[in-house]
Design a protein around this ligand. Structure first.
Ligand code: NAD
Length: 261
C-alpha cells in the first residue's frame, strides 16, 4: 500500500480514532488535514508533529462540524494547501446519553449536526474533486450503533443509522467513478469519548476505573476487550488501497462480535 501523492481530510482527528486514522494514512505517505476543536496554535503544533514523524505534508483546520460554511472552507483549504482531496474520513462525533423523554432537544440537534449532517456537507464539497481526479475514498466512522440500538442513545443511534444509509447512497452514485464510500462500525473503542460512560458506571456501582471499563464492555462485546484506535486506523488505510477498490457501500463491524449476536 502506498498513498504518497494522495491527500486526506480526517475530521475529528485531534483525538482518539480520528488521530489513529490520520497516523495510519500518514504512515502510508498521504498528506493529511487534521481537524478538531483545538485552538489554531495547538492544531498547528499537532500537524507539525505528524508531518515530522511521517515525512508528509500536514495542516490543521479548526472547522466546527456543526457549521456547513466552515466545513466547505475546510475542504477548500485541503484542495488549496495539499493540492487535492483524494481521501475523506468523516469521523468527528459526540455523544450524550438519556432516556428519550429526558433527552435535551439541543443535544439531539448537536449530535445530528456533528455525527451525520457534517458528513453530508463534507461529501457534498469533496466529491467533485474526487470525480475530476477519477479516484477517491470516502470513509465514514459509523458505529455498532449504526447497525443495532441501545437504550439512552436516541440521537447517536439515529445519526449512526443515518450515516450507514448515506454511505450506501454515495457508494451507488459514484460506483463507476473510481470513488468508493464505506462505513466502519466500531464497537467499544478505548478513547476519551466514552470516559463519561465509564465514570457513570464507576460511580453507580462503586467500581474502580479499570473494573468499570470491563463492566462497560462485557455486556455488548463478546471478546470482552476494547477495540484499539490503531485497529480502526489500519482498516481505514486498507480501504484506501487498490486491494479494496471493489469494496463500496459496505458497513464493516469492528466490534469483538457485538453485532453478530
Ligand atoms: P474523541 O472524543 O476521542 O474524539 C472526537 C474528535 O472529534 C476530537 O478530535 C474532537 O475535537 C472532534 N470534534 C468533536 N466535536 C467536533 C466539532 N463540532 N467539530 C469538529 N471536531 C469535533 O472520540 P472517538 O471515540 O475517537 O470518536 C470518533 C468517532 O468514532 C465518532 O464519530 C464516534 O461516534 C465514533 N465511535 C467511537 C466509538 C468508541 O467506543 N470510542 C465507538 C464507535 C464509534
Amino acid at each position: 500500500m502506498n498513498l504518497s501523492g494522495k491527500s486526506a481530510i480526517v475530521t475529528g482527528s485531534t483525538s482518539g480514532i480520528g488521530l489513529a486514522v490520520a497516523e495510519a494514512l500518514a504512515a502510508q505517505g498521504s498528506a493529511v488535514l487534521l481537524n478538531g476543536l483545538e485552538s489554531q496554535a495547538d492544531g498547528d503544533r499537532m500537524a507539525a508533529e505528524l508531518a515530522e514523524k511521517h515525512g508528509v505534508k500536514a495542516v490543521f483546520s479548526p472547522a466546527d462540524m456543526q457549521k456547513p460554511d466552515e466545513i466547505n472552507a475546510m475542504v477548500e483549504q485541503a484542495a488549496r494547501e495539499l493540492g487535492s482531496v483524494d481521501i475523506l474520513v468523516n469521523n468527528a462525533g459526540i455523544q450524550y446519553t438519556a432516556n428519550v423523554e429526558d433527552f435535551p432537544p439541543e443535544r439531539w440537534d448537536a449530535i445530528i449536526a456533528v455525527n451525520l449532517s457534517s458528513a453530508f456537507h463534507a461529501i457534498h464539497a469533496a466529491v467533485p474533486h474526487m470525480k475530476r481526479a477519477g479516484w477517491g475514498r470516502i470513509i465514514n466512522t459509523a458505529s455498532a450503533h449504526g447497525l443495532v440500538a441501545s437504550v439512552q442513545k436516541a440521537a447517536y443511534v439515529s445519526a449512526k443509522h443515518g450515516i450507514v444509509g448515506l454511505t450506501k447512497v454515495v457508494a451507488l452514485e459514484n460506483a463507476d467513478q473510481g470513488v468508493t464510500c464505506n462505513a466502519i462500525c466500531p464497537g467499544w473503542v478505548e478513547t476519551p469519548l466514552i470516559q463519561k460512560q465509564i465514570d457513570k458506571i464507576a460511580e453507580e456501582q462503586g467500581l474502580s476505573n479499570e473494573d468499570a471499563k470491563v463492566e462497560l464492555v462485557r455486556h455488548k462485546q463478546p471478546s470482552r476487550q476494547f477495540v484499539q484506535p490503531e485497529q480502526i486506523g489500519a482498516l481505514a488505510a486498507f480501504l484506501c488501497s487498490d486491494a479494496a477498490s471493489q469494496i463500496t457501500g459496505a458497513s464493516l463491524p469492528v466490534d469483538g462480535g457485538w453485532t453478530a449476536q
